[in-house]
Ligand binder design. Structure first.
Ligand code: DAH
Length: 347
């Protein structure tokens, strides 16, 4: 009997040490202490042992029982520990960089566009939208740009095929051609045709030109157009607004100046220069930023607003140019490459 018990203990020790899963543990338990288990069978033999040997043997069996139970408890603990470890996964090194993608951010052009619209809303401008596919009338004719103007040349403008149709872009004349707008000034006309002044709109958006891409040119880029039409609007109002928006965006040390220029839709017309030496990478005094002027009476009368009653100013500028100035970016192509190393700098 003693040798049977010792053998059973030894075997139980070896078997239980190898156990990893609950089914294995349950099977081992049944094999040892279940109703038909090996230890149970030995205990049942007590009855056939001579009376005087029973107390010693009883003690010995109890020892074996306790040992087997302790082995089972230890095996259960190992199984439970294994299950928890499997759920938790490998240990985490908290000193490593987070694998999560950081929070998103707005593209620098979006940031500048939104900031400009915010600045202009503060002084009464509302945001107007216009189509990127335009017609010759809205982009050129109504803006007093004659048919032989170089900007209308197929070398500068992307024209769509004559049979192209856009149900959502209204034509002024049935025979005019569709094109990709070369400037946001077309929104001036669409707005003026919607109703009588006073009108005060800002219209940011994408424009297209047949330019060869380099550090300062891109076949599509963004502009921001402003139009104000009311009674007795003067060049002073225009200059004051430009001073206000550029000092708001670029800082109080920013200065603006006008240089006489020609645009078909304004009279007089100016090019606007900025002086902002405090900005990064600005290494010359005056930087051209856009065009402006007093809305030409021909334009106002052309859309049915009496130019003897109404006057106004308009200006347009490049958003990329502005963003490059503000952030010290020296190549326009960075805006369109979606390189996260570039974009993350504006988070
Ligand atoms: N449309 C001009 C351009 O793309 C910019 C411009 C000049 C806009 C004069 C205006 C303006 O509103 O009055 O270069």
């Amino acid at each position: 009997m003693e040798s049977l018990l010792s053998a059973l203990q030894e075997k139980a020790q070896a078997d239980l040490a190898a156990i990893r899963t609950r089914p294995e543990l349950e099977a081992a338990k049944a094999r040892l202490v279940g109703p038909n288990g090996e230890l149970t069978a030995l205990m049942k033999q007590m009855g056939s042992v001579p009376k005087e040997q029973r107390p010693a043997l009883g003690k010995r069996i109890n020892e074996a029982k306790a040992l087997v139970q302790a082995l089972l408890d230890a095996a259960l603990q190992r199984v439970v520990d294994g299950e928890i470890a499997a759920q938790v996964g490998p240990a985490i090194d908290v000193s490593l960089p987070s694998p999560d993608a950081g929070p998103g951010t707005f593209h620098p052009l979006t940031q500048v566009r939104e900031e400009m619209c915010r600045i202009l809303r503060k002084v009464g401008f509302t945001v107007a939208d216009g189509p990127e596919v335009e017609t010759e009338y809205y982009c050129f004719d109504a803006l007093n740009t004659p048919a032989d103007h170089p900007a209308r040349d197929a070398q500068d403008t992307f024209y769509l095929p004559r049979d192209a149709a856009f149900a959502n872009v209204s034509k002024h004349r049935a025979d005019e051609r569709y094109l990709l707008r070369t400037h946001t000034s077309s929104v001036q006309i669409r707005t003026l045709l919607k109703g009588p002044p006073p009108i005060r709109i800002v219209s940011p958006g994408r424009v297209y030109r047949r330019d060869t891409t380099d550090a300062t040119h891109s076949a599509n880029f963004h502009q921001l157009e402003c139009l104000y039409v009311d009674r007795n609007v003067t060049v002073r109002d225009l200059k004051a607004l430009l001073d206000y928006i550029f000092t708001s965006l670029l800082g109080k040390d920013t200065k603006t100046r006008f240089r006489p220029h020609y645009f078909g839709y304004t009279e007089p017309s100016f090019e606007v220069d900025l002086s902002a030496r405090h900005l990064p990478k600005v290494n010359k005094e005056w930087i051209e930023i856009g065009g402006c002027g007093m809305v030409d009476p021909i334009v106002l009368d052309g859309v049915g607003h009496d130019s003897r009653v109404w006057s106004g100013y308009a200006f347009g500028m490049g958003l990329e140019r502005l963003a490059m100035l503000l952030y010290g970016i020296d190549d326009i192509r960075y805006f369109y490459q979606n390189d996260l190393r570039f974009l993350r700098q504006f988070a």
